[in-house]
Design a protein around this ligand. Structure first.
Ligand code: NAD
Ligand code: 0WE
Length: 259
């Protein structure tokens, strides 16, 4: 295809390394002609994100811990400066729960770590959408995509508090779509099947999960970050100009099965 994102300006949150879903999406946007801005969390991954960012047309690489209102405000200020006060695309690909809460019983989740998971994995979309609104309004509209998972709709063993966070994220996506529609800002989610990223590899039993999807999903195929990126590119592009408040499943059809 020619250049579906020519002249578009995109902010991507959630690149940690080359396996990140956010990086696969960023590459698609860049290949389509977009200019990019990236945020990373913490000095530990600064170099890894900076090294990836130089391989595409990047206007900004800056730190953002989504728990911090100050960080979010500063980042969108920097994005406005880098992109002439406008923004077309926001990719939200951020999630975190304490490792100990992704095993054992959901019942055992303590109050502080419950809110930590919801703060980083769900409220962050609300904060970023609000900060993006004036920049996208200036651009005449925009498109926001977040990353979700079936564990927010149905019980996936050990997904636990992350499932509750994804349920909150999904509902937030719909309410944001409702509020921002009048500004021509669309908000959608991709529900991805298991992809072997940094966030996934540390999870005990992840290979088992991949095997179950391959066995039971209609397409009997594993999902990779590039498949997810293709779905994101659709939702972020003009071909989806009348699509908002919805979830696109990129999971080899697994979600359609009852058994
Ligand atoms: P990843 O580890 O590459 O990405 C997760 C990102 O979240 C990292 O870049 C990390 O730095 C960032 N993050 C964590 N805490 C943060 C904070 N406080 N502030 C800012 N950033 C923070 O893993 P991924 O699999 O690419 O995950 C991206 C998204 O995709 C997540 O929302 C995840 O829930 C979702 N998802 C993943 C899968 C999968 O199987 N990998 C499936 C469905 C959905
Ligand atoms: O959203 C996710 C994983 C997100 C995630 C991963 C980690 C690992 C490291 C959030 N927080 C952390 N915290 C850490 O300390 N996925 C959709 C992938 C995933 O994670 C699972 C899954 C699947 C699928 C956890 C348990 C069960 C299934």
């Amino acid at each position: 295809m020619a250049a579906p994102f020519e002249g578009k300006r995109a902010l991507v949150l959630g690149v940690a390394n080359k396996r990140s879903i956010a990086w696969a999406i960023a590459q698609r946007l860049a290949d389509g002609g977009a200019r990019l801005a990236f945020t990373y969390q913490g000095e530990r991954i600064q170099k890894s994100v900076a090294d990836l960012a130089v391989t595409v047309d990047t206007a900004l690489v800056t730190e953002c811990d989504v728990r911090s209102d100050d960080d979010v405000t500063r980042v969108f200020g920097e994005v406005g400066d880098a992109f002439g006060g406008e923004l077309d695309i926001l990719v939200h690909s951020v999630a975190f729960a304490a490792a100990e809460d992704l095993e054992g019983r959901f019942t055992d989740t303590p109050r502080d770590r419950f809110w930590l998971a919801l703060d980083i994995s769900a409220y962050s979309l609300v904060a970023c959408a609000k900060a993006a609104e004036p920049l996208m309004e200036q651009a005449g509209g925009g498109s926001i995509v977040t990353m979700t998972y079936l564990g927010g709709e149905r019980v996936v063993p050990h997904y636990n508090v992350m499932g509750v966070a994804k349920a909150t994220l999904d509902a937030s996506m719909r309410y944001l779509a409702s509020d921002l529609g009048e500004k021509n800002i669309r908000v959608n989610a991709i529900s991805a099947g298991p992809v072997r990223t940094l966030a996934a590899r540390s999870i005990a039993g992840f290979p088992t999960m991949e095997a179950i999807v391959e066995e039971r999903a209609p397409l009997h195929r594993p999902i990779d970050a590039d498949d997810v990126a293709a779905g994101a590119a659709y939702l972020l592009g003009d071909g989806a100009k009348n699509v908002t408040g919805t979830t696109l499943y990129v999971d080899s059809g697994y979600h359609a099965m009852g058994m």
